[in-house]
Design a protein around this ligand. Sequence first.
Ligand SMILES: Nc1ncnc2c1ncn2[C@@H]1O[C@H](COP(=O)(O)OP(=O)(O)O)[C@@H](O)[C@H]1O
Ligand SMILES: [Mg+2]
Length: 500
Amino acid sequence: MKKEPILQIRQITKTFGSTKALMDVSIDFFPGEIRGLIGENGSGKSTVSNIIMGVHEPDSGKMLLKGSIYVPGNMMDAIEHKICMVVQEMATINNLTVAENIFLGLEKQFAKNGVVDKKQMNQKAKRVLEQVSLENVKPTTNVNSLSFEDRKLLEVGRALYSNPDILIVDETTTALSQRGRTIMYEVMHRLADEEKCVICISHDIEELMEHADGVSVMRDGHFVRTVAKKDLDESLLKSLMIGRELGEHYYRDNFEAHKCEEIVLKVENLCFEGLVRHVSFDLHKGEILGIGGLTDCGMHQLGRMIFGIDKPDQGKVTLTAANQQIKNPQCAVKNKMAYLSKNRDQEALMLNSTIQENICLSSMDKLKKGIFVLPGHEKRLAKEKGTLMNVKMSGVNQTVSALSGGNKQKVVIAKWLANDSEVLILDCPTRGIDIGVKASIYRLMEQLTAQGKSIIMISEEMPELIGMSDRIIVMKDGKISGTFRRSAELGEQDIISCMI
Ligand SMILES: Nc1ncnc2c1ncn2[C@@H]1O[C@H](COP(=O)(O)OP(=O)(O)O)[C@@H](O)[C@H]1O
Ligand SMILES: [Mg+2]
């Protein structure tokens, strides 16, 4: 027996100013399924979910919920219709307890004679926490003391409390550890087993292939097609997403040895709290030096030390041309070094500031005339670098928090390009972003090194390390455990054997 769809979106079009976010999009969602929703950054996935949630009103088209016309006026309205969403950004409120966050806006349920019965509320919160494997979290804890991951799981618990028929999870899993992902997918499967519908927006094709019952692909505001579970195939999905086959040119295609011997940066005997142990290497002009290993091998810590964020217990980092030792980030920026943090939302961007403010932040010295910053120059620089990076934006005055993950990453890179950085430390530069933006970051890295700039790329992705680096340093337990030169013969296994 064929199931009736629970939610149908029909010929929906949505524009934001001159941006056509959705064009004539029609998709059916069914009860009892986990439906993946995939597409490059800016393809319209979040706009679809925001329309379902009543956050945006479509310009035209309609939605049917269990066969009846559905016109959500706002998010509360959607929740009353038993549709909930978990978003990518942090959505818990600081300085409230865990229980207060779960029942925000619902306190009335616990009120007796106008006074909220905290005890009852905390008891109920405990049961919500159990559903997302947060048994160890106390309802009375201030949420500030929870990790990002636990706060995300808390949001899932909050959504579950409304007993939704449809749960939308918008790019949440990418930011989680394996443990968090496992819990999330357990919840999703449980809902699907109960004949609910889960819409899961993710960049992780492998993960979707494992868990989803079907994957709908979006491209440039259009719905392309829904691929059924039995037909799911990585290269099919990728080609549907980008509308062409992924060419040979995804990574660098030449395997010639890097020739320039000029040393730009010297790392000598760096040690940090047992996490990094006696690491030394040279970085050459125009080189991409990959650093790989397991997450906790010390490579992320090493990147922070090279940029002067953390002070080493021993050893030093020197820019050779100026014979300048890097002691703090201010000194690094002044000497045209750049650092892209792995946690771009928390460390690399001021989310509530504009694209222009973010791009120009590290270039204030350059923009100053005497003690004044010339606003015209600031705008011009932001526009130039933003456009160079092809940031999808309505203008440089747009707030960064509204951008998609890949576009946020482009803003971070634009910020460092504006500063004419000569040495770039990129920690997981393509983490959590889709293949289209990834490819453009790889092309940019090639352009930069062709201009004589040097890059240290810390990465957890084997193909990226092999595909992009002139040289690869592998770390294990804080030490260098292997070094490889660029070669067409180098395989993942060679590197893995040094990692573990
Ligand atoms: N509130 C908004 N204001 C202006 N433009 C927006 C807004 N939300 C989304 N857009 C634009 O609509 C397009 C689709 O965005 P989005 O749905 O967020 O894509 P995705 O989630 O697939 O990355 C993008 O070009 C984006 O910049
Ligand atoms: Mg999105």
